[in-house]
Design a protein around this ligand. Structure first.
Ligand code: TTP
Ligand code: MG
Length: 393
């Protein structure tokens, strides 16, 4: 029996969410950056901005040069997660076999659903309509008999595409393209294939499997299969894959920071954002990790495990601060700082203990979260974070 797999990928996801939340941005070249300062990189750009050559992972300074009229927006991850969850809710209505592969993409096995909706293309059409109705966003959907080809197909006609790619279409559609176009082949594998004289997907598809195995081990066979459009990876039932293992937030500074107090203020802001996401998703975590990228680009991570899992800003921050202090030495210049919480467990819904101070703190935190959800991140600021404002000239 033929399997039918769909790959759904949101169009210019972060930028599109910004345009939904702020109608004044619609139709404009919107560029979402991790940090508005020039040392950050572009997360994504609206299709209007892509016409100027702006791309993901490009330094923001370069994006500004290419597109001076661009509207630069700082990433608002909480909003993107919210929309990502809403899209997933829609998809769950179409098949129990759904795997969220990243914040803006998912695979669905819809084999058997055809009898309900017509064929797989009709399922894809309905999903596109439902996603737009629920969120206002558009997506591109690939339809095929396996995950690999569905994934390749969704990217062939962006934005707002619906593309069918059958195994028999592979020689015509994929073989003329460079090997790096194949999902899963990164720049270093592409370079290695290049030295073997294999530059197109077609070259790879026809190359003897045993020679590829000699060069790449068992992965060599997968490479050749992929070039022939073959893949039998299943789509697992929802919940068995893509479980959240950690939540994190990081920031790149406009200039390297060598002041511990300044770093700690940033750490508090990051801890608050991570803890807020824990509370929002009903998780508590036991391990707090601090990530530090130094001016020379070397990166270190240091972790601390708590006695009890937490979702409180204060507890995450305290652990992060101690971790940073233990690592700190004079003249250290920090380019990027991050906080992650892992070893997550669901928070559970036991009875509130009125004598447990952390429960009181949790209730206050949740009230603050609600105000921020409604009025924005800047609505309430912890007293310690205000220090940053006072120091401005
Ligand atoms: P993508 O699906 O790769 O890109 P996109 O949705 O913005 O655009 P497209 O229409 O081509 O699918 O990534 C999803 C989101 O992930 C994207 O909106 C922002 C984020 N992202 C980064 O932060 N950095 C990156 O380098 C990339 C590629 C994506
Ligand atoms: Mg996308």
């Amino acid at each position: 029996m033929t399997r039918w797999v769909l790959h759904v990928d949101m169009d210019a996801f972060f930028a599109s969410v910004e345009q939904i939340l702020n109608p004044a941005l619609r139709g404009k070249p919107v560029i979402v950056a991790g940090s508005v300062e020039d040392r950050g990189v572009v997360s994504t750009a609206s299709y209007e901005a892509r016409r100027y050559g702006v791309r993901s992972a490009m330094p923001t300074s370069q994006a500004r040069r290419l597109c001076p009229e661009g509207v630069f927006v700082t990433a608002n991850h909480i909003a993107y997660e919210d929309y990502s969850g809403r899209v997933l809710e829609v998809l769950k209505g179409y098949s129990p076999l759904v795997e969220q592969a990243s914040i803006d993409e998912a695979y669905l096995d819809v084999t058997g659903c055809e009898s309900l909706y017509g064929d797989a293309v009709e399922v894809a059409r309905r999903i596109k309509t439902a996603v737009t109705k629920e969120t206002g966003l558009t997506c591109s959907v690939g339809v095929s008999s396996n995950r690999l080809l569905a994934k390749m197909a969704s990217g062939l006609d962006k934005p707002d595409g619906l593309t069918v790619l059958r195994t028999e279409d592979v020689p015509r559609v994929l073989w003329p393209r460079p090997v790096g176009f194949l999902h899963g082949i990164g720049p270093s594998t592409a370079a290695r294939l290049g030295t073997m004289g294999l530059s197109t997907i077609g070259d790879l598809a026809r190359y003897p499997a045993d020679l590829l195995v000699r060069e790449f081990g068992v992965g060599g066979r997968h490479l050749r299969d992929a070039a022939n459009g073959l893949d039998d990876t299943p789509v697992p039932p929802l919940g068995q894959a893509g479980e959240v293992k950690s939540l994190s937030r990081e920031t790149t500074f406009a200039t390297d920071i060598d002041d511990l107090a300044e770093l700690e203020r940033t750490l508090l802001g990051l801890s608050d954002q991570v803890a807020r996401r824990l509370r929002r998703h009903g998780y508590r975590g036991r391990t707090v990790t601090v990530k530090i990228r130094k001016a020379d680009f070397t990166t270190v991570t240091r972790s601390r495990t708590l006695a009890e899992a937490t979702d409180l800003t204060e507890a995450v921050y305290e652990a992060a601060r101690q971790t940073l202090r233990a690592f700190w030495r004079a003249r250290l210049k920090v380019r990027l700082l991050g906080v992650a919480v892992s070893h997550l467990a669901s928070a559970g819904r036991g009875p509130a203990d009125l004598f447990d101070t952390s429960d009181k703190l949790r209730r206050v935190s949740k009230a603050v979260d609600r105000i921020k959800d409604r009025y924005g991140e800047g609505a309430l600021t912890r007293a310690r974070l205000l220090g940053r404002e006072e120091e401005r000239p």
